[in-house]
Design a binder for this molecule. Sequence first.
Ligand SMILES: Nc1ncnc2c1ncn2[C@@H]1O[C@H](COP(=O)(O)OP(=O)(O)OP(=O)(O)O)[C@@H](O)[C@H]1O
Ligand SMILES: C[C@@](O)(CCO)CC(=O)[O-]
Length: 512
Amino acid sequence: MAKAPYPTPLRSRASAPGKLILFGEHAVVYGHTAVAVALSSMRVTVEAELCDDGDGTLEATLHDLPSACGRGPVRADVPLSALAAAMLPTRASEERSDDGWRTPLAAGARVIEALHRELGGAPEADKAALVPLLFLAASLLPQLGARVGGRLRVGVRSAGLPVGAGLGSSAAFSVAVAAALLRLQLLLRERLGSTAASDLALLEGGPRAADGAATSAEAGGAKAGGGRSGAGGSGGRVAGTGEEGCREAETSTPSSAARELINGWAYCAECILHGTPSGLDNAVSCEGGGMRLQRAGRESGAALRFEPIASLRPMTVLVTNTNVPRSTRRLVAKVRALRDAQPALTEALFGAVASVAEAFLAATASSEARLSAELPELVRINHGLLVSLGVSGAALEDVVATAAEHGLATKLTGAGGGGCAISVVGVGGAARGEASKSADAARRRLEAKGYNCHLTSVGGDGVLYHAPQAAGETAARAAPSGGLARAAAAAAAVVVAAALAAAAAARSHATA
Ligand SMILES: Nc1ncnc2c1ncn2[C@@H]1O[C@H](COP(=O)(O)OP(=O)(O)OP(=O)(O)O)[C@@H](O)[C@H]1O
Ligand SMILES: C[C@@](O)(CCO)CC(=O)[O-]
């Protein structure tokens, strides 16, 4: 065992947004077009700190999740060496080294079981929430298990993103944890002087769109290898609205190579939480902006294809959480039953939903004025089609009617039944003035009825790095020492191509 001191704590901080489905839920299950966007001001933020005091423990705290034991938030202290041991099935089969963080690799059943065991007698619900974080820590900081002493502290907080309401909180959690821990790995390598060219490429952050780096022509350029992604302009508008969210001055977007790795690891965490998710939520959370998605075939097992929407325009929506629990599985089954009973009619409804999604894509590609004119009607029509499919509910209809009294077109988002609805407030500048007065009035009425509302722009920043809260990170780089330093130095020889190939492999896995 090596004891390699970190002269000062290393800290990283990252955040990632939730998502919402603008158009096309349910029809997308049968191969029709849908549109999803990032909820740039509703985010999960993760702080991670690695320091030399302590007894070789990972301290994880999920500040927003109340523990099922009824005392405080979900939290755990786990020996770092035990985490490394739990990962042995993965490492043995892969013959992997401390360099394993470069290749996102899903957790097998034996690894998941071993991580559960490390959480001892904690309530099952707490374990389920913690295991993805433990897995990411062990995967992205594999060197730590071989050390004596030290402490890794990870804290997770949500900024306005409700947990389990259909807005992609689990993906935001997974992306933000993966980003914070990847950055810690890279800072550790930099501190130890083992930074290779490939690591520098991963460490590099770009300016956010909110800093004015992305013009509207670049907005949404979420191609692999591209710089900023997502609807850059809206990122700037979010920062100016005075909403909740992360607006630190020192904020940057991870490089595209880093985003690919983050997305790959986040998908691995999502698989632990959800089995076999499509990968849409983590892709939108990571890249920001908006995505067009479509299944390759008519059946729900068919692969989902994602395509960034290059022309997404800034939009402001009022998100209303009915607080009515919903089961996506039950609602999807309900639509399937309707399709079995009325195949031609149901297919016609799906076709109409897809036409709405395509009309939205045409309008946003055309002009702000056209989108502004057409969006409310498109929202109203899509909701009507979802009502016809039988997936609305009493609270959702109440939200639609209440918002309509204030001139706002509203639709359910996600599976329906309960969960959230979205009301169009405006496109670009239209979100101010009269539109914003209507939104304020609607919000007051809806909140008086017991719903939770959040005014937000959509399609802005994806995953972001933030300046850590405390000083110390800028302290002088330490000389490499001990086994950890040697392992890190050996790993540094791996070239850029390896990191990019690994990330590409993860991406193809995530979109499969
Ligand atoms: N802020 C957070 N801190 C820790 N864990 C979180 C946080 N937000 C979400 N999670 C994890 O994600 C789970 C919720 O995932 P779930 O899929 O039910 O909801 P969602 O992601 O909000 O909705 P959807 O997947 O339908 O968009 C939580 O139980 C928890 O494990
Ligand atoms: C209802 C649905 O279309 C969206 C749920 O958020 C289901 C799915 O796409 O898997």
